[in-house]
Every structure is written in C-alpha cells, then in structure tokens.
Design a protein around this ligand. Structure first.
Ligand code: UDP
Ligand code: MG
Length: 315
C-alpha cells in the first residue's frame, strides 16, 4: 500500500542531524496514524551520513535511502526524492531541522481542505545572517520583476505538494533545476502557513556566498530572458545618441573646419563600450552555457544504490 505522506530530505554531510531529525519527525507523525515514508537522499556526503541512514533503516523500514553516486547539489537530490516518493502528499524538508516537523499536521489540514500546495512561509528571517537577509531581499526583488511567474518570497522548499503537483513537476524536462522556480511555475491552488524558522541545529550551512550567487544566477537565467534583452535596448539607446552626436560633429566640421580634437572622448567611448560589450557577451555566455548543458541531455542525478521499498519505483 502506498503511504499517505512522503517526506523528502536531501542530505549532504548531515551525520550529526540524522538521528535527531528522524526522532522529531517520528514524534510528530506517528500520533497522526497515517502511513508515511521518509525518503533520505544521500547527496555525496563525505561523513558518516550514509551509515547513520542505514542504521535508521535497519530499525524502521519506512526510511528509504537513496545513495547518489556523488554530490549533485540540493536541487538534483530533491528531484531524486520527488521521483521516488509514492505518497499522496509530499513534503521536502531540510535535514538541519530548520523546517520544523511540528508544522506538518497543519500542512496536512490545509491539504485536506482541498489545496494542492501548502507553502510554509517564514514569518521572519531572524535566524539568517545579515548578509543572507540582504542578498535574499535583493534577489527576490530582482527575480520577481523579471520572471514570468512570481516566486514567493520567504518560502523555501518546505511545502506540502499533492500527488498531482508532483506528477506535474516530473513532466518538466529541464536538467538544470531551480526547484523554487519550478514549484512556482506549475501553479495549482496554494495555501500558506506561517512559521518561525529556527537556526540550523548542527553542522554548518552548505551554501556559502559563491554558491548562493550561482544559485541566484541559475534562478534568473531559468526564469527570465530579460538580461538578454537589456543588451539590445541599451544598444539601441546608445545608437540613438551616437547618431545625434554624429550630426553635431558633421555640422561642427562644416562650420568651423576640422581642428583634430577629441582624443579623450574617443578613449572614454572605446573603453566604456568595450566593457559593455564584454558584459553583454558574458550574459549571452551564461545562457549559451546552460543551453549547452541542456542539450547534452544528461540525467539530473545518478543513483549508486537504493535502499527502499521494492516494487513500483521508477528507476
Ligand atoms: N544539501 C544537499 N546537497 C548539497 C547541499 C545541501 O542535499 O549539495 C542539503 C543539506 O544537507 C540540507 C539542505 O540541503 O538538508 C539545506 O542545506 P543548508 O541547511 O546547508 O542550507 P541553508 O539552510 O543554509 O540555506
Ligand atoms: Mg539550513
């Protein structure tokens, strides 16, 4: 029989969190008397995460372990979990207990009311560093101006999704998966539940500034072509002024003759526009690179071994 609820937890070097995470989840879910499964994806951990997970599984067969062949990143790990999940409702969570399991009953209530997606929205970002708060704000401003679908601010991957939503997500063929954007793109009836996001329980964050920056680029290039357009409009604008300036030079020459001047202005123009052109080429490169990645059609992740329910699982 299929479980009602599938929890998906991507894990990269989360050994100190495995046991406590399971205990907290169990304490919340068992009293609900619904069948559930806990899908843990070991995303190329270099610590004892896999051993911890297998020890858990030996005690509780509801724990499914998917061991990826290397570190594919959180988005890919999450995709692996979604492919594996069999539940009627699916909830991705972080291993560090920043997504409190105590919220799950509330998510289930809203789902039973008929919502397909129940977003867990953090009421404040107090547990984030000032740096992360600032950059997150700028990012959401930026992407929501540009993207075709609004990406809800202050909601992470922690949310409940119905089976229909998960099946819809599986239809999206892209290899570079900016999950937050894909979640938003599929739509469906959405409810919101607010919660206070605690600090990470143990270990440290896997997302340093460089990784966050690349994550942001991924999001922007996946959901907007605006950066490509900016170059063309800027080019048009510049051409317009260049045209006016050309007329002025011609008139000057006709009226005053040609007293060869203007070395500084030529240098400034050359340097400035060389810079602009390099930036524009860089922007095209970001898109082209992603197009290249997509065209290779490589799988999003590779499974080394699956320790999980036998039977009707996708490969
Ligand atoms: N994670 C992962 N693969 C990675 C990086 C992170 O599966 O390459 C997992 C990590 O184990 C955790 C979740 O993604 O369960 C969120 O990571 P983290 O808590 O470091 O992110 P933050 O909360 O700081 O944004
Ligand atoms: Mg975290």
């Amino acid at each position: 029989m299929h479980p009602t609820l599938s929890l998906i937890i991507p894990m990269h070097d989360e050994a100190p969190n495995v046991a406590s995470c399971y205990d907290r989840i169990r304490a919340v879910l068992d009293p609900l008397e619904e069948p559930w499964e806990l899908i843990c994806i070991n995303d190329g951990s270099r610590d004892g995460t896999l051993a911890e997970l297998l020890a858990l599984r030996a005690r509780d067969p509801r724990v499914v372990v998917i061991d990826l062949s290397r570190n594919f990143g959180k988005e890919a790990a999450l995709t692996a979990g979604l492919d594996q999940a069999r539940g009627e409702a699916v909830i991705p969570m972080d291993a560090d207990l920043q997504d409190p399991p105590e919220l799950i009953p509330e998510l289930l209530v809203r789902w039973r009311e008929g919502y397909d997606v129940v977003l867990a929205v953090r009421s404040s970002r107090a547990s984030d560093s000032i740096f992360k708060r600032g950059t997150a704000r700028v990012f959401y401003r930026f992407i929501n101006r540009m993207s075709e679908v609004p990406i809800p601010e202050d909601a992470g991957d922690f949310r409940l999704m119905s089976r229909e939503v998960v099946e819809a997500l599986k239809l999206l063929p892209e290899r570079r998966r900016f999950m937050k954007g894909l979640f938003a793109w599929v739509g469906f009836r959405t409810a919101r539940v607010h919660y206070e996001r605690p600090a990470r329980q143990a270990g440290e964050t896997k997302f340093n500034a460089w990784r966050l920056w690349n994550f942001a680029l991924e999001g922007i290039t996946s959901f907007s072509h605006l950066p490509l357009k900016v170059a063309s409009y800027f080019g048009l604008l510049v051409s317009f002024f260049a045209f006016l300036y050309a007329i002025k030079i011609v008139l000057d020459t006709l009226v005053y003759g040609n007293p060869v001047k203007g070395y500084p202005s030529i240098m400034v123009a050359i340097l400035f526009f060389a810079g602009v052109q390099l930036v524009a080429i860089g922007v095209i490169g970001e898109y082209l690179g992603r197009l290249y990645e997509e065209s290779k059609q490589r799988p999003v992740y590779l499974v080394r071994k699956r320790y999980g329910p036998p039977g009707d699982n996708p490969p």
